[in-house]
Every structure is written in structure tokens, then in C-alpha cells.
Ligand binder design. Structure first.
Ligand code: NAD
Length: 297
């Protein structure tokens, strides 16, 4: 019997623990604050930011939102970041990606105070992660690590194939998997658009983590029986629905489910964990900046 991993349930459990930490901080006079910055008119990005803000509000994290028009200068974004860096009510800053082409992404990531970088994308935080001394683990890979642990999937000694080498999912995922300790100790292969014979790699994996952004590119014929399949992809494809599209993952769910021991659906798989881990990092940021001790889940 294949287990369909319920990301909503696992996300809710983590959020409950994070909410308890928020209560502890508030009782000590510290209200955790998360600032989101959106410099885009993209509908999907707007949806992601509002979901993040709503999740904060539900557990008592104060949300601050800044909207910058996509045709404004990079300087406008830099000065917003500078203000947020200096604001003691803001413990975490999230600049929603993607940014307009005229804005240098690396400069934006480096502008954010590393202590407030709850995405974990600042080079200082990336370096700490690689060194095995993470401050803020990037939300999606961290959520996947929690999800595997909750599902009882051990990574130690396992062959894990990560499909995708982006800075936000693929690379940090691989970095977490090769660290010492629980959730790590895996033999990790990173595949990408230049990989020859992807199916050969995925068929030899115990765990496949798909983060390529290509609709349903991994099907059951590319998997061996008993594989754990984590589908990170969120792709809009045209469909005869009210919105004119539907969301599908990078995995062809039906054929992959025939082979998998455990598999995540889209939606309702990795997505809720990404949001839960953002709350986790925000509360951790508030604790680090205030010196109030908390016990994160
Ligand atoms: P990206 O476009 O930055 O990176 C995609 C990676 O996939 C690249 O490294 C590329 O080399 C690789 N790739 C592309 N085509 C490939 C192919 N045919 N074979 C093998 N590798 C291929 O994307 P990203 O930001 O890492 O996001 C990946 C997907 O995950 C997207 O669908 C995105 O929407 C989704 N996502 C979901 C969450 C979540 O919370 N569930 C979070 C972040 C991203």
C-alpha cells in the first residue's frame, strides 16, 4: 500500500509547536515580526505572499507587507530592505522571488541583514549551512527533511536523487542530505537539465526529490518499486477549470504512485511545509535577536 504523505497534517503539527514558541516570546514582551516584500505583478507571487502573511497572523506573528511596483528602480527595493534591517519590530525579511530582470538578485540577497534572512539565502547563511552549522535552513528543503522524518523515512545510507540544482531548493536540499546526523548521512546525487539519462539515476534511488519545475516529467517508468517520492514542483497547466489552469507537480502522480512506497501529492504535499518552516525561521529569528529562549519543534 502506498502512503500518500499528508503535507497539511505535518505542516499543522509543526505550526502548532511554532505557535507555542510564539506565545512564549509574546509573554516575554517580544512579538515576532515578518516583513514580506513583493516587487512583481505576478499573480502566483501575490498568492504566495498573502498565504505567508495569513499563516503569520494565525499564530500571532506580526506581518508587515511592502509592495513595490515592478518598474521601479532596484534602489527602491534596497532602501526598503535598509529600513526593514533597521526596524526592531521586524525579525525576518522575505523578498519574494522572482524579481524583475533589472534588479540584481544577488545584491538583494546580500543586502538583507543575515540575522533577519529567514529564507536562508544570504551567502553567510548558505556558508553556515554548507559548514554544518546552519542558522536558518531554507524553508522548502528543511520542510522536506521534517516531512521525511515524520513519515519514518530514514535518509542515512540511502541513495537520494535530487532533480534540480536551484539555490532555493536543489542545492540546499543536497547540502542538508549530506550533513552528519538525522535527516542527513545520505548518498546524494544532484541531477539537472544537463544530466545524461536522468531515468538511470532515478531508477537507482531510494528517495527521489523532484524540483525541476517541469510538469509531470518523472513518471512511474523512471522509478523502482519501493521508492519514496517527494514532489516539490508547482506548475500551472492549462485546464478546463474556472481559473483556466490547474496545479500539477513535477511527478506524474498516478503512475509514480504505482511504484512508490510513499509519495507527496500536489497540492497538499511540500507546499504547506514550506510555509510552516518560514514561521519556524521567523520565530527562531525573534528568539536569536531578543535573547529569549524557546524550544522549537
Ligand atoms: P528553478 O527553475 O530555479 O530550477 C529548476 C532546476 O531544475 C534547474 O536546476 C534545472 O537545471 C533543473 N531542470 C530543469 N529541467 C530539467 C529537466 N528536464 N531534467 C532535469 N533537471 C531539470 O526552479 P526552483 O525554484 O528550484 O523550483 C522548482 C519547482 O519547485 C517549481 O515548480 C517551483 O514552482 C516549485 N517550488 C515549490 C515550492 C514548494 O513550496 N512546494 C517551493 C519552491 C519551489
Amino acid at each position: 500500500m502506498t502512503t500518500v504523505i499528508d503535507g497539511n497534517e505535518i505542516g499543522d503539527q509543526i505550526t502548532e509547536g511554532v505557535a507555542a514558541c510564539t506565545d512564549t516570546l509574546v509573554s516575554e514582551g517580544v512579538t515576532p515580526g515578518l516583513a514580506t516584500v513583493l516587487m512583481s505583478d505576478d499573480g502566483a507571487s501575490e498568492t504566495y505572499v498573502s498565504m505567508k502573511q495569513r499563516a503569520c497572523n494565525e499564530i500571532g506573528i506580526e506581518g508587515f507587507h511592502h509592495q513595490i511596483s515592478a518598474d521601479e528602480s532596484a534602489e527602491a527595493l534596497f532602501s526598503t530592505i535598509d529600513e526593514l534591517n533597521a526596524d526592531p519590530a521586524v525579525h525576518g525579511i522575505l523578498v519574494q522571488m522572482p524579481l524583475p530582470d533589472h534588479v540584481p538578485k544577488r545584491d538583494v540577497l546580500e543586502r538583507i541583514d543575515p540575522m533577519k534572512d529567514v529564507d536562508g539565502f544570504h551567502p553567510e547563511n548558505v556558508g553556515r549551512l554548507v559548514a554544518g552549522n546552519a542558522r536558518y535552513k531554507p524553508c522548502t528543503p528543511h520542510g522536506i527533511q521534517k516531512m521525511l522524518a515524520e513519515t519514518g523515512v530514514v535518509t542515512e545510507g540511502k541513495d537520494v536523487v535530487v532533480v534540480g540544482r536551484s539555490d532555493i531548493v536543489g542545492k540546499p536540499m543536497a547540502n542538508l542530505l549530506i550533513q552528519y546526523g538525522p535527516g542527513g548521512n545520505a548518498t546524494t546525487t544532484v541531477c539537472h537539465s544537463r544530466t545524461d539519462d536522468l531515468a538511470d539515476k532515478t531508477r537507482n534511488a531510494d528517495i527521489v526529490i523532484a524540483a525541476a519545475g517541469v510538469p509531470e516529467m518523472i513518471d512511474g517508468s523512471m522509478l523502482s518499486a519501493g521508492t519514496t517520492v517527494i514532489d516539490v514542483g508547482i506548475n500551472r497547466v492549462d485546464a478546463d477549470t474556472e481559473k483556466g489552469y490547474e496545479l500539477v507537480g513535477d511527478v506524474d502522480f498516478e503512475s509514480a504512485k504505482e511504484k512508490a512506497d510513499a509519495i507527496t501529492p500536489v497540492p497538499g504535499g511540500v507546499g504547506p511545509l514550506t510555509i510552516a518552516m518560514l514561521l519556524y525561521n521567523t520565530v527562531k529569528a525573534a528568539s536569536l535577536q531578543s535573547g529569549v529562549d524557546i524550544r522549537l519543534p
